[in-house]
Design a protein around this ligand. Structure first.
Ligand SMILES: CC(C)(COP(=O)(O)OP(=O)(O)OC[C@H]1O[C@@H](n2cnc3c(N)ncnc32)[C@H](O)[C@@H]1OP(=O)(O)O)[C@@H](O)C(=O)NCCC(=O)NCCS
Length: 152
């Protein structure tokens, strides 16, 4: 079942998100996730089964009609079972209902395995970049920027 994330889920979401942010620590991950959850609660979702959080996704608004998926991660033992696909579809449907036109995200070089997943969800690489001045993220890390344009 997919439901909105609450503060009580933060610790578990932080554990999952560690796998999507190998360049930083759990404290930094929790800092940004808690702040983002406060600001954009409708764009923070968890996949729960028998009271266990198996996956989570977090989105934020960047500017009018442009959003970003900040994190998505599925518990190691449950990957490849379409849970990630369900979460991203659910969130993108919310974005569409809210009139969002563009969804952005970035993939750190250590997460390159996730790129085919995003391509299956119609994201495309739009450029290469090095991290600079992103809170909680070291400078100089190689990342790819992906984007999906939405039509309502
Ligand atoms: C990427 C991720 C969110 C996808 O969720 P998922 O539930 O495993 O994916 P789904 O079952 O919906 O889709 C499967 C597709 O995801 C991709 N994939 C990427 N990494 C994978 C992994 N470790 N295991 C299984 N599939 C993976 C494959 O393209 C796969 O397609 P295939 O089954 O045709 O090979 C998940 O694998 C994960 O948590 N990875 C580690 C954290 C991460 O990299 N997050 C993204 C950071 S930008």
């Amino acid at each position: 079942m997919i439901r909105e994330m609450t503060k009580r889920d933060l610790d578990k979401a932080g554990n999952l998100y560690k796998d999507a942010n190998k360049f930083t620590n759990k404290k930094n991950i929790l800092n940004w996730t808690e702040k983002d959850l406060d600001n954009f609660p409708r764009y923070h979702l968890v996949f729960e089964e028998r009271h266990r959080i198996l996956g989570a996704i977090s989105g934020i608004i960047l500017k009018k009609k442009v959003v970003s998926i900040e994190d998505i991660a599925i518990h190691k033992s449950y990957r490849g079972k379409r849970i990630g696909s369900e979460l991203i579809r659910y969130l993108i449907n919310r974005f569409k209902k809210d009139g969002v036109k563009r969804v952005k995200l970035w993939v750190h070089w250590t997460d390159a395995r996730a790129i085919p997943f995003y391509y299956k969800h119609s994201f495309r690489i739009i450029r290469f970049q090095r991290t600079k001045n992103i809170k909680g993220v070291p400078d100089g890390e190689d990342i790819l920027i992906l984007e999906r344009r939405l039509s309502q």
